[in-house]
Design a protein around this ligand. Structure first.
Ligand code: PHE
Length: 339
């Protein structure tokens, strides 16, 4: 039996040395030292030996068992180490590989124009005023001298959130808020979002205006004309002129619509200006004395001008954007073009 035991030990040494993975090693462990292992088989055979030989044989089995356990343990350490080395190598970072490209963002064309416009006016001494997008009828209509039955108040033009709660249809609301809280001289612009119930290539339900309001003693229509001309030249280029055409707004008298020379053909006539040589930019006028009276400003002493320009329109002209709606869809392919 002793020779057989020796043979088992030799076989175990060979098998364990050849085990290539932890899985194989665990199988060998149970084969040689587990419950149903060869060594346990020897233990069960002890009973068939003469009594005096039993203790010595039992001891020999145990020695072989612990020898095998030792070989198993040292092989386990070897395998674990080589598996770790393999993992380290396969996870290793290759510092010579080209880096992953980082996408650099860009300002939205409207944001750019917005900031440019603010810069131009700030450089001419204007302050920037703000008002809320959600307004009441007083600031959007009543204080702007707009009659109760004016069509602009209609549901088909104005988004009402509740009775007397609406999304402002124009930045002229900020004229009212500024005049409520400040005495002349007043010299502000107010850029911001406006909302109207319309939706096509040149009208978005949300759009942007920049309002200007100048109130002081002796402010005239000539000042308005002059300011508009200076502004469009600074914003576009020196060859761009503005012109005004008679129009009507409830809160200005006289009122005018503002055009500028077509930025594409410089007045020759092209597809952008539909052959007219001019592009429409917004509305303007001298503040109606009724508005001053409603807001507690002395209309005998003070005069003022106001204008409102479409900022989306300006962005579309500057960046050659044919459809206003593309500006607010947040399609990354559109936005990427303005890097
Ligand atoms: N608020 C007017 C509009 O939205 C434009 C305007 C502003 C007209 C200031 C006159 C003075 O059409």
């Amino acid at each position: 039996m002793k020779e057989e035991l020796q043979k088992v030990l030799e076989a175990a040494k060979v098998d364990i040395a050849q085990a290539g993975s932890m899985h194989e090693l665990m199988q060998l462990k149970s084969r040689y030292t587990g419950k149903k292992s060869v060594l346990n088989g020897f233990m069960q055979k002890i009973g068939s030996l003469p009594k005096e030989e039993r203790p010595a044989f039992g001891q020999t089995v145990n020695v072989v068992k612990s020898e095998i356990a030792e070989i198993l343990a040292s092989r386990e350490a070897e395998i674990k180490d080589s598996e770790y080395q393999k993992a380290v190598q396969s996870d290793a970072i290759d510092f010579t590989m080209p880096g992953r490209k980082r996408e650099v963002g860009a300002l939205h064309p409207l944001t750019r124009v917005w900031r440019e416009i603010e810069d131009v006016f700030i450089s001419m001494g204007f302050d920037v005023a703000e008002g809320p997008d959600v307004e009441d009828e007083f600031h959007n209509f009543d204080a702007l001298n707009t009659p109760k039955d004016h069509p602009a108040r209609d549901l088909s033009d104005t988004f009402y959130l509740d009775k007397d709660v609406l999304l402002r249809t124009q930045t002229s609301t900020v004229q009212v808020r500024v005049m409520e809280n400040h005495k002349p001289p007043i010299k502000i612009i107010s850029p911001g979002s406006c909302y109207r119930n319309e939706n096509d290539a040149s009208h978005s339900p949300m759009f942007h205006q920049v309002e200007a309001l100048v109130v002081d003693e002796g402010v005239t229509f000539v000042d308005l004309r002059d300011m508009l001309n200076v502004f469009v030249k600074k914003l576009f280029d020196d060859k761009i002129e503005s012109r005004i055409r008679p129009h009507f707004f409830p809160f200005t008298e006289p009122s005018a619509e503002i055009d500028i020379i077509c930025v594409k053909c410089y007045g020759e006539g092209c597809n952008l200006c539909k052959g007219s040589g001019w592009l429409e930019m917004g509305g303007a006028g001298m503040v109606d004395p009724n508005v001053f009276d409603m807001l507690g400003i002395d209309s005998e002493k003070y005069t003022g001008y106001a204008f409102g320009l479409g900022m989306d329109r300006i962005a579309m002209l500057k960046y050659k954007i044919p459809d206003i709606r593309t500006m607010f869809e947040n399609d990354i392919r559109f936005l990427k073009q303005f890097k």
